[in-house]
Design a binder for this molecule. Structure first.
Ligand code: ADP
Ligand code: ZN
Length: 748
């Protein structure tokens, strides 16, 4: 078949209303995200475009929806096989005819795709650049009806980007090879230099440049100095038990040690770094995508190609190397638009470590890389709104004073009482030490340490010795870092000794006052715009639906989110539809998913509601998508069920026991595995039942006894255990009564 005309279908043939219909039909979404409509219309009108949207901004839909609406097949250039596979799986699960061609296909499979293309049966074809540019592929493409070319991860064309791929630089040839076919490029990289490289490299013409806001209002940003790293990491994981998260470490060694420690604490964690064998690495990645592994502990090698939308937290266990890198890495949280948290933990040595890595690397990027490092150090030590700092870095403005979703705006961090006097003490101590010592030594002097190192040098006699003796050592170290971060002190030479800068001298003269943070007295409750995404959600039903999802995904051998995203599951657990009609109202349910999964999920919903005696078919009250760009920040953030700041978090050994309880192990079994006394394990079980609001005691107390105790509670009242014990004639132990009573209380 000869391709009739090269002119792409125009806006007259495909209206933008039909885009909305496509988005509704295939994805079950009823609105566009910022910039999506403009980006899609640029595709319809056949004008080359470059779309810059942050990770999770919804770039894929910008080309997928028009591809479905327009005649012909869209060619999507994608850098990684895993990325292609996931996107194609996701498209097919929505009923969209898509395929990829790459080296993983057998000759037979490849022929099948070619045939489908000849018959015009595909709407999207994914391939890597080198495949598209093969003479054979190009001449074949000329014989079929190509609607447009989309270049995903377009920053790979730029040597300035973080993912330069030489094959991408050849893509400029497409303009000659496929004349008259528009090219649309997509990236999350905001640097202007990279945008210029993309436009030039791909030879885009009259480019429609669409740049979205770089703010991600559903992400809560926090920065903390690493003090007890593992505890700090665990406290985030505890808030998200059973949910997905990423912990980034600077070195492979740290990846291994953190992953190991988390596993010991009962977390379903696995490592990922370039030093591991391909098989192990892939297994861990697949496990993470399939929700069999909750937490992946990784170096920055982990990331591109991970489109998992339900990552609920990203923790940096060490400083990233630049703000750009931080935005990319932390941006992998909350792609689905639901709230997610990003915690950056940094230590004094991190910047030094990076400096060493950078100095050993490529000499011609040295200066730029060191500058980028300074910027992230500054970010970590700033006391301004984190959302504003990030968009400011990309030359944008947040347009509001309080983001409602960072540690600064949430007032979790308090300012130090007298920053000028404190800073003067620190800076004069640096002066007394002749600017010849590092931060650790300086902090010890200020804290009044009588350490041998100080004594032998006579530093205990300095006038600044003990000036900050009332403060904790870590606080003093923090302040020094903050002064470095704000440019009042600097580190120089091989030993990174502290030196006073010109502005630092101004502090000594009292002409300028630095910002210093005091660690908060107990964190305040977060308030975010993502507040109501749990509103009205039956958490237990949600958990059941998640299990069903995991099961179905395992059967189909696809990542869990391809069945349904978290947004869809929460909406189901909120609306609790009992009919197929009600089910179509659920966000994220398109026609094909309704057909494929509707009955199964309806059954799970209705039987849960009948069992728990809760109503079905409720009107959804919560916002269906996190309100983007419409800040109010006043709604209370719901910490759902995972422990609030008021309830103490379970200890590490308790958590290890929790894992066994989750797997239904008895008290005796758990006690044996953990080599703990039975009475200790009984205590852990009590905490477990409360923490997870368990309502069914039968894994630990037999059915008949449970019924008897429930009856006795009803008769004797559940206030104290003794009357229940007596009611039962002393035939049931206190231990068993307590377990049943806790579960009964959880049902209230
Ligand atoms: P990006 O490629 O920009 O990082 P994706 O295309 O992976 O982002 O989209 C992130 C998530 O947002 C996906 O789960 C996607 O299905 C969802 N999404 C995209 N557009 C919309 C929309 N208009 N409404 C609701 N969800 C959307
Ligand atoms: Zn803020």
């Amino acid at each position: 078949m000869d391709r009739p005309a090269t002119a792409p279908p125009s806006a007259e043939t495909v209206s933008s209303e039909s885009l909305a219909a496509v988005v509704r039909e295939y994805w079950g979404y009823d609105s566009f995200r910022p910039c999506q409509r403009e980006a899609m219309e640029s595709v319809l009108t056949g004008r080359d475009s470059l779309v810059v949207l942050p990770t999770g901004g919804g770039k894929s839909l910008c080309f997928q929806a028009p591809a479905l609406a327009m005649p012909g097949v869209a060619i999507v250039v994608s850098p990684l096989i895993s990325l292609m596979k996931d996107q194609v799986d996701a498209l097919r699960a929505c009923g969209a005819p898509a395929a990829y061609i790459n080296s993983t296909l057998t000759t037979q499979q490849r022929h099948k795709v070619t045939e489908q293309l000849r018959r015009g049966e595909l709407k999207l074809l994914y391939a890597a650049p080198e495949r598209i540019l093969m003479e054979r592929t190009l001449s074949f493409l000329k014989t079929i009806d190509v609607s447009f070319v989309a270049i995903d991860e377009a920053h790979c064309v730029s040597t300035w980007g973080h993912d330069f791929r030489p094959e991408y630089t050849e893509l400029g040839a497409l303009k000659d090879a496929l004349p008259g076919i528009a090219i649309h490029a997509y990236t999350a990289t905001a640097a202007e230099r990279v945008q210029g490289d993309i436009i030039r490299g791909l030879r885009l013409r009259d480019t429609n440049l669409l740049i979205g806001s770089f703010d991600r209002p559903n992400l809560i940003f926090r920065v903390r100095r690493a003090t007890r790293k593992l505890d700090q990491i665990m406290s985030v994981i505890r808030r998200h038990q059973g949910e997905s998260g990423i912990v980034y470490c600077i070195s492979r060694k740290e990846v291994e040690s953190v992953a190991g420690a988390l596993k010991e604490l009962g977390v379903r964690a696995a490592p990922y770094h370039a030093g591991m064998g391909d098989v192990a690495r892939e297994r861990n990645q697949e496990g993470f995508l399939g929700d069999r592994i909750d937490v992946i502990v990784a170096t920055v090698a982990f990331g591109m190609g991970i489109d998992k939308p339900n990552v609920r937290f990203v923790i940096h266990a060490g400083m990233p190397k630049s703000v750009e890198a931080y935005v990319q890495e932390s941006g992998r949280a909350g792609r689905d638009g639901l709230e997610a948290e990003c915690l950056l933990l940094y230590g004094g040595g991190d910047a030094m470590l990076w400096r060493r890595i950078i100095e050993e690397g490529e000499p011609n990027i040295l200066e730029g890389a060191l500058h980028s490092l300074d910027e992230i150090v500054q970010y970590a030590n700033s006391v301004g709104c984190r959302h504003q700092s990030i968009v400011g870095y990309f030359g944008q403005d947040l347009g509001r004073d309080n983001c409602g979703a960072c540690d600064v705006c949430l007032e979790e961090l308090q300012l130090a009482a007298d920053p000028l006097a404190t800073a003067q003490k620190i800076i004069s101590c640096v002066a007394r030490l002749d600017q010849r010592f590092g931060a650790g030594h300086t902090a010890k002097v200020l804290a009044g340490s009588r350490d041998q190192n100080l004594l032998s040098r006579g530093h205990t006699n300095l006038s600044t010795h003990g000036l900050l003796s009332k403060e904790r050592m870590t606080t003093i170290r923090d302040w020094i870092e903050q002064l470095v971060g704000q440019g009042y002190l600097q580190r120089v030479g091989e030993y990174h000794v502290l030196q006073i800068t010109e502005t630092g001298r101004e502090v000594l003269r009292g002409n300028t006052t630095p910002h210093l943070l005091a660690p908060a007295q107990g964190a305040s409750r977060s308030r975010t715009q993502a507040a109501d995404s749990w509103e009205g959600v039956d958490k237990r039903l949600f958990d059941q639906l998640r299990e069903l999802r995991t099961k179905l995904a395992a059967e189909k051998q696809v990542p869990a989110y391809i069945v349904f995203g978290d947004t869809a599951l929460r909406d189901m657990a909120r609306r609790r539809p009992s009919t197929l009609e009600g089910f179509t109202q659920v966000k994220g349910v398109g026609e094909v998913k309704l057909r494929d999964y509707g009955d199964l999920f309806l059954k799970a919903i209705t039987s849960h509601c009948a069992e728990q005696k809760i109503p079905t078919d409720t009107e959804a009250t919560g916002d269906r998508e996190t309100r983007r760009g419409s800040p109010d920040g006043n709604t209370a953030f719901q910490r759902y069920d995972h422990g609030t700041d008021d309830t103490p978090s379970p200890s590490a050994p308790a958590l290890a026991a929790f894992k066994h309880f989750r797997e239904g192990r008895s008290i005796a079994e758990t006690a044996e595995i953990l080599s703990r006394a039975k009475s200790t394990v009984v205590g852990y079980l009590g905490a477990f039942l409360k923490h997870h609001e368990v309502i069914d005691p039968t894994p630990w107390v037999d059915e008949a006894t449970t019924r008897r105790v429930e009856q006795a509670i009803e008769e004797a009242g559940g206030e104290t255990l003794k009357p229940i014990y007596e009611q039962l004639g002393g035939e049931v132990s206190y231990e068993e009564i307590r377990i049943v009573a806790t579960c009964v209380a959880n049902r209230a």
